[in-house]
Ligand binder design. Sequence first.
Ligand code: PEP
Length: 251
Amino acid sequence: MKQLMAANWKMNKNWSEAEETASALADAVRGRLPEDREVLIFPPFTALKAVADAVQGEPGIAVGAQDFYPAENGAFTGEISPGMLTDLGVGYALTGHSERRHVLEEDDSFVGAKTAFGLGHDLRIVLCIGETLDQRRSEQVESVLSRQLEAGLAELPADISGESLVVAYEPVWAIGTGEVAGSAEIEAAHGFVRKKLQEMISPIASEIRILYGGSVKPDNAGAIMALDNVDGVLVGGASLTAESFSKIVLA
Ligand code: PEP
């Protein structure tokens, strides 16, 4: 299983800024990326082609989309299909990111529909899950993760491989706040996710990568990567410069 170091640029960077950052990142990690680690960049839609071109032929660097709509084509104004993404060289997509759940009000069943549709249409999916601060304070972490996994993976195509599905545990209270979950909290959540995956989809559960996301920075990435059941990270703010993200990638 290759560790996955993913950058979520959110709604940042125009075409030339994205191209410049992706090229600088490729320069910084070229020849230094361990064999068992891969890099994934989620630029905004408008910069997908620029980033795909900038990293084409770079070993171990892939490109993903931050979103897509679960249909092949049709009257869905403003939306983008998986086929439009794979056509650009995009291999991965996010589903269930907390900003889409909480700002764009996507519910569990829509996240599940997207996850299944993307997997069935040649995308690898990074399904994001995580509890809010209120839910943590009221001891609902496991029930929230359980519900999000059950709904998110409810309609999985039968023949998917473990490599094509990634789960990112991102406590909502740690995203963009500078507040990182503690080691014990991360290990407990990741251990629970692994156990739940084993109950739900045992043949591939051990091959599914579980990423941690929430204020990962160059100075905490190494310690987080060393924790049990942490198979990579999903990074927002600290992925916006090649200097910072390359340190995380090589931590
Ligand atoms: C994210 O957007 O998925 C994220 C984890 O953001 P940040 O690293 O800024 O907390």
